[in-house]
Write a protein that binds this ligand. Structure first.
Ligand SMILES: [Zn+2]
Length: 69
């Protein structure tokens, strides 16, 4: 695969995640209205459903030692 093809594949994957909102953690489908988010971890496009987003934030808070306010 050429780097142009790899780039194209990455763009399609990104588009797919944005349009379909398939969670990168639990693979469930979710809608924009339910919450959740789409973004990047480094160069890796990811989507988190509301449940997994809350879980990831909770893990990050524990990891960083942030107390619930
Ligand atoms: Zn999920």
């Amino acid at each position: 695969m050429t780097s142009a093809e790899a780039h194209q594949q990455e763009l399609e994957h990104q588009k797919y995640l944005k349009e379909n909102h398939v969670c990168s953690v639990c693979s469930c489908d979710y809608t924009e209205d339910e919450g959740g988010t789409v973004g990047y971890i480094g160069i890796l496009p990811v989507a988190f459903c509301p449940t997994c987003l809350a879980g990831v934030i909770d893990m990050a808070q524990q990891y960083l030692g942030v107390e619930d306010q």
